[in-house]
Design a protein around this ligand. Structure first.
Ligand SMILES: CC(C)(COP(=O)(O)OP(=O)(O)OC[C@H]1O[C@@H](n2cnc3c(N)ncnc32)[C@H](O)[C@@H]1OP(=O)(O)O)[C@@H](O)C(=O)NCCC(=O)NCCS
Length: 187
C-alpha cells in the first residue's frame, strides 16, 4: 500500500515539469544520491556520479527534465536517443528517473515520463526502452502501469580483477611511480 509521506498538502498545479538548467545539477545530484545507492541496486551497471550527470546534461540536454515544485527539485528524468546499426528505428532510453521519497505516488514520475515521451516522439523515436533491477518494485510497478512490456531478464556477471597478475603488476608499478615522484619533490 502506498503512503503519502509528504506533510504539506500537495498542489499539483504548482508542479512544473521543465527543462534542466545548469544550476539544477547540484540539487539533482543530491537527490539521485539518495535514490540510486549501490547498496540498494548493486547491479545497476551505470553509476550515479557527477560525471554521469554532467555528461548527460552536455550530450543530451534536450532530454533532461526536472519536476520543480515551488522552486524545489522533487524529481528528474534523463533520457537518451539512439539508433541501432542496420535498423531504421530510433529508440529513446529512459536512463535516469527519480522522484523524491517525500513526493512519491503523486503522479510526478508519470508527468516526467510523459514529457520525455513527447520529446522523444518529436525527435523521431518509435520505441522507448527502460531497464531496472527486477527487485525494484516501485520502478517495476511504475513502468508496467505506464505500459512498458516485453520484459527481458538480463543477467549481470562480475569478475574481481584485483587478483589478476596484470592488475597486481600495474598496481606495483603505480605505487613505485608515486614513491619516486614523492622522493623527487622532497629533493
Ligand atoms: C519509480 C518512481 C520514479 C515512480 O515515481 P512516482 O512519482 O512515485 O510515480 P507515480 O506517482 O507517477 O506512479 C504512477 C503509477 O506507478 C505505479 N507505482 C509507482 N510507485 C508504486 C509503488 N511504490 N507501489 C505500487 N505501485 C506504484 C502505480 O500504478 C502508480 O499509479 P497510481 O498512483 O494510479 O496507482 C519512484 O518511485 C522513484 O524515484 N524510485 C527510485 C528511483 C528508481 O527506481 N527509478 C527508476 C529506474 S531509473
Amino acid at each position: 500500500m502506498k503512503v503519502a509521506r509528504h506533510k504539506k498538502r500537495f498542489n499539483a498545479s504548482n508542479l512544473d515539469i521543465r527543462e534542466t538548467r545548469l544550476d539544477d545539477l547540484p540539487k539533482i545530484f543530491v537527490l539521485g544520491e539518495k535514490l540510486f545507492t549501490a547498496e540498494k541496486w548493486p547491479v545497476l551497471y551505470r553509476s550515479w556520479d557527477q560525471y554521469e550527470l554532467v555528461e548527460f546534461f552536455l550530450a543530451d540536454g534536450d532530454f533532461c527534465f526536472v519536476a520543480d515544485y515551488d522552486g524545489e527539485i522533487v524529481g528528474f528524468v534523463f533520457g537518451t536517443l539512439f539508433e541501432k546499426r542496420k535498423k531504421a528505428w530510433i529508440y529513446g532510453h529512459v536512463s535516469w528517473l527519480g522522484v523524491s521519497e517525500d513526493y512519491k505516488g503523486k503522479g510526478i514520475g508519470t508527468r516526467l515520463l510523459k514529457k520525455l515521451t513527447d520529446v522523444f516522439i518529436v525527435n523521431g523515436a518509435r520505441m522507448m526502452l527502460a531497464d531496472t533491477d527486477p527487485h525494484n518494485n516501485d520502478a517495476m510497478a511504475f513502468f508496467q502501469k505506464n505500459k512498458f512490456e516485453n520484459e527481458v531478464p538480463h543477467i549481470y556477471l562480475s569478475k574481481n580483477l584485483t587478483d589478476h597478475p596484470h592488475y597486481i603488476k600495474q598496481r606495483r608499478l603505480s605505487i613505485r611511480r608515486k614513491i619516486f615522484h614523492r622522493k623527487r619533490v622532497k629533493m
